[in-house]
Design a protein around this ligand. Sequence first.
Ligand SMILES: NC(=O)c1ccc[n+]([C@@H]2O[C@H](COP(=O)([O-])OP(=O)(O)OC[C@H]3O[C@@H](n4cnc5c(N)ncnc54)[C@H](OP(=O)(O)O)[C@@H]3O)[C@@H](O)[C@H]2O)c1
Length: 321
Amino acid sequence: MYTPSPDRYSTEVMQFNRCGRSGVLLPKVSLGFWHNFGSVDPYERSREITRYAFDHGITHFDLANNYGPVYGSAEETMGRLMDDTFRPLRDELFISTKAGYDMWPGPYGNWGSRKYLMASLDQSLKRMHLDYVDLFYSHRYDPETPLDETLQALVDIVRAGKALYVGISRWPLQALQVADEYLRARDVPLLIYQGRLNLLDREPQEQGILDYCATHGIGFISFSPLAQGLLTDRYLQGVPADSRMARGKFLKPENLTPELVEKIRSYNATAATRGETLAEMALAWILHQKGVTSVLVGASSTAQLQKNLQCIHAKPFTTPL
Ligand SMILES: NC(=O)c1ccc[n+]([C@@H]2O[C@H](COP(=O)([O-])OP(=O)(O)OC[C@H]3O[C@@H](n4cnc5c(N)ncnc54)[C@H](OP(=O)(O)O)[C@@H]3O)[C@@H](O)[C@H]2O)c1
């Protein structure tokens, strides 16, 4: 039996930002299920992390059809969590999922067709033991499928009551503009854009995506805000055996060049002068960029999450990083 902390909505614990020009408030820190919530991970630890998150005002959990490993298993973990923890709290949660990457064999299990998106969301809802998600994303831009087809599928998913809002992730600026106009014209405004923005990767700023979102009332959520752990103390002294880099699939040891280590150490020194950890400063920096709604962190322990949550109290930046 789980009783959530009564302090979870105190502003000392969590603060919320309005998501673009919508009615939705999202916590400044959201939790992603890409890693650490699959069938290869201990369920008890996944449950401990999510309960800790919810106790600290993290109302937004972000999933995708292919999160695991194995594919689909992070959503199955969410389904178990609904059953043993969160069912009575469903209306306090904002749950997202996505489709866009290879999910099942053959031509209908990938990219952006109506056929794929519709079938994938139905599968996701079954795995998560949910009737609807709060937010459904096109996970990536598909240069082959007409944008109208992908976008109309998003509209129809909302009209069918399977998602309350829609978002897009990693779409180029021009396609973002098409999506914004198409969806707005059909009264299903684009709620949010999910992109990678962190101290080491500023593409959404450089490409004008953040500006577009801020100007057009679309929220922006930053994924991999810690660059998968690079912007923490994790790799300052080599590669720990239990780290994502040691697993080597998405973060590879060969990418940890001397120049990168130098850069991370320099950010770490700056964080120390601010009286903060590197992770805290890295997250705070994102939250201080104009147009950012939330940072979407991953965590392999409650201790990491606890440290990361300190970012909501960070002081402003007087000099640009
Ligand atoms: N839309 C997309 O295409 C896309 C792509 C990627 C991610 N996402 C979303 O973004 C979410 C977050 O991505 P991410 O996991 O890459 O985020 P991240 O926050 O940049 O990295 C999380 C990892 O960093 C390490 N870490 C976190 N806090 C730490 C701390 N305080 N001290 C030391 N190490 C720490 C942990 O790795 P260890 O395992 O080494 O402990 C943790 O698993 C995903 O779950 C997913 O929801 C979306």
